[in-house]
Design a protein around this ligand. Structure first.
Ligand SMILES: Nc1nc2c(ncn2[C@@H]2O[C@H](COP(=O)(O)OP(=O)(O)OP(=O)(O)O)[C@@H](O)[C@H]2O)c(=O)[nH]1
Ligand SMILES: [Mg+2]
Length: 388
């Protein structure tokens, strides 16, 4: 199954090459010695990255393997300058980290909405022969080539995936909660491992504020030894600032289930336990008041706890308050884990692409004039020599 949860992509970027300057001699009926009038080449297109808060994943870039800016047009006669190549913008979610895919070197961070970073500069256009007139060479037969294009393959990785990561056994109601508080529509069903891949939702809070919640596949006892879907999905909550543990109210021993989850997380990465935690007792609609009080007395005391029902909406507002407070007390305190090993390289076979790029990328350093252009130039020179 193809995942629609994309937190890294590899993109081959190329700026445009500059257009070459033109070698041209002005010819008009009554102007026999018109002189050089070759215009300048246009600038090649730049490649930019642009932060866009409407994106939360890199999914939209998944099939965007190449981003090629346009080439500058060549200069023309009558001193006309070639058009600049089209610039390209790669829209990325805020919190995207950019690495050089070949060296693994960090390039930049895009953190703010609207932030624009130039990734590759387009080649400058060459000057036309008009620019090279001098007293001693009034009919220069040369012009500058445009600057070559530049190429770079980058890996884009999302640093901050979500603020809140949901942690619970299968069937705990994680996906149901996400769909109750956000517009995300993860699959929900009464069997374990309904969720096979993480999904994100934006939870709106008061006054137009919001935070991001990540639903990940359920964890079972022994997941660290590979049981169930294992723990590989925990990679996705390593970068969340808060973990929301979810245990159904009808569980025999809520505290024990919570401890099992903690244990599995510890096995995966002990640093996960340094994150803030909140415990939600889900499916509270299945409990009566009396039972809820009974259970309350035996809940873990080292973290905030709340009874919720995603079905009736009970406790959801309170949960959001608790999450919001916790997020803002310590938000963004945790440095993102941006170590190289957290980048997974997928589809690494770039050899074909590389070849294609090389073939296309041969730059014309030598200016080849059209037949009649050459004649023009020679005619004029002869005219001038005759005249002298
Ligand atoms: N009564 C009641 N049932 C709920 C509630 N929340 C979820 N459920 C039910 O519990 C079952 C599992 O819900 P999911 O949201 O798919 O659980 P999950 O934690 O995402 O499960 P996995 O994806 O398998 O890990 C579904 O049948 C839901 O309808 C609730 O608040 N009350
Ligand atoms: Mg689910």
């Amino acid at each position: 199954m193809e995942s629609n949860f994309v937190d890294y992509v590899k993109i081959c970027c190329r700026s445009g090459k500059g257009g070459r300057g033109s070698v041209h001699m002005h010819r008009a009926k009554y102007v026999p010695l018109g002189g050089p009038d070759g215009g300048d080449g246009g600038r090649g297109g730049h490649v930019y990255l642009r932060g866009n808060h409407n994106y939360w994943t890199l999914l939209h870039l998944r099939y965007e393997r190449h981003v090629f800016a346009g080439h500058g047009q060549n200069g023309g006669k009558s001193r006309s300058t070639g058009a600049d190549g089209e610039d390209k913008y790669i829209d990325v979610p805020c919190g995207t980290v950019v690495y050089n895919a070949d060296t693994g070197e960090y390039i930049c961070d895009v953190t703010e909405d609207g932030q624009v970073v130039m990734l590759l500069k387009g080649g400058r256009g060459g000057l036309g022969n008009w620019n090279f007139r001098t007293a001693t060479n009034q009919a220069p037969r040369f012009a500058q080539p445009g600057e070559p294009m530049r190429e770079l393959t980058v890996i884009l990785e999302l640093k901050l995936l979500a603020d809140v990561g949901l942690v619970g056994f299968p069937n705990a109601g994680k996906s149901t909660l996400l769909s109750a508080v956000s517009s995300a529509r993860p699959k929900i069903a009464g069997y374990p491992f309904t969720t096979m891949e993480p999904s994100l939702g934006i939870v709106s809070y008061r006054d137009g504020q919001s935070f991001v919640m990540a639903d990940i596949p359920g964890i079972i006892e022994g997941a660290s030894e590979g049981r169930g879907l294992g723990l590989r999905f925990l990679r996705h909550i390593e970068r969340n600032s808060l973990l929301l543990f979810m245990v159904p109210g009808d569980t025999d021993d809520i505290r024990r289930e919570y401890e099992i989850l903690l244990g599995e997380l510890r096995q995966f990465n002990p640093e996960l336990l340094e994150k803030q935690r909140v415990l939600a007792i889900t499916k509270s609609d299945l409990l009566d008041e009396e039972l809820q009080q009974l259970l309350s007395a035996d809940l873990p005391t080292d973290l905030p706890t709340v009874f919720i029902s995603a079905v009736t909406g009970y406790g959801i507002a309170q949960l959001k308050d608790i999450l919001w407070q916790a997020l803002n007390s310590e938000s963004n305190k945790l440095a993102a884990i941006t170590s190289q090993e957290s980048i997974v390289h997928r589809n690494k076979d770039l050899s074909a692409l590389q070849q294609e790029l090389e073939d296309e990328g041969e730059d014309e350093e030598i200016i080849i004039l059209d037949e009649d252009e050459i004649e023009d130039v020679e005619d004029i020179e002869e005219d001038w020599e005759d005249g002298e």
